[in-house]
Design a protein around this ligand. Structure first.
Ligand SMILES: [Zn+2]
Length: 214
């Protein structure tokens, strides 16, 4: 079978062997053991690369028959490296079954440069597509609209009465920004100013991690 995939992590095992984690279009996230031939330039197995794999199923594992680099996303600046590494790190712990929309999102965002609000927009859009969207406008506990916190554990915003000690401080304006980041196209978002990116990023990362851990 043939599938395109985005390399999320690559570990050198020595002896030209590498262990790579790839989010593929047709199989979702899989792990592969690859051998780098001496005549090959292993860019196709580098993190963030878009690679076409020809695979053969062997028991519950996949064996690489052939592979070809489609597009390298090798970072050209520290900003690009930091950004792409954060995208890969956010999704690595998750079980990711194949999904056309999620694949398109990750492929598109892996090729981005990483200037704000790109990463935060990625997180919000990813949460939305995965059905993990936090509640943003009404307290998750009691439904009140007077929100003052964000509870990772409860999965969204909370009011003063329902807020716990460890919850993030929040307000409606932050939710409005988070909502825009989820819904509007990146090109449009790049032209706007955001005040609460760090806070939204922190909440979205924790929200995702909390859900990935269970
Ligand atoms: Zn409440």
């Amino acid at each position: 079978m043939e599938t395109e995939g985005i390399v999320l992590r690559s570990r050198d095992l020595g002896d030209r062997l590498r262990h790579i984690s790839v989010y593929t279009e047709k199989l979702g996230k899989i792990d592969l053991l690859v051998k780098v031939l001496s005549k090959e330039f292993p860019l196709k197995y580098e993190p963030f690369s878009l690679t076409l794999f020809k695979l053969n199923q062997k028991g519950d594992k996949w064996e690489v028959l052939e592979s070809k680099l489609v597009k390298e996303n090798f970072p050209k600046s520290t900003e690009e490296l930091t950004y792409r590494a954060k995208v890969a790190k956010a999704i690595l712990p998750l079980q990711l079954p194949p999904d056309r929309k999620t694949y398109r999102l990750i492929k598109m965002y892996m090729g981005q440069g990483g200037a704000p609000p790109t990463y935060t927009a990625f997180l919000m859009k990813f949460l939305f597509l995965e059905g993990l969207m936090p509640r943003l406008f009404r307290c998750v506990e009691c439904g009140s609209r007077k929100i003052t916190g964000f509870s990772v554990e409860k999965g969204g915003v909370v009011c003063e009465k329902c807020k716990g000690e460890e919850d993030l401080i929040w307000k409606r304006e932050v939710s409005e920004e988070a909502y825009r980041l989820t819904k509007e196209p990146l090109e449009q978002l790049k032209k706007k100013n955001f005040k609460w990116l760090n806070l939204i990023e922190r909440a979205a990362e924790r929200h995702l991690k909390f859900r990935a851990d269970r």
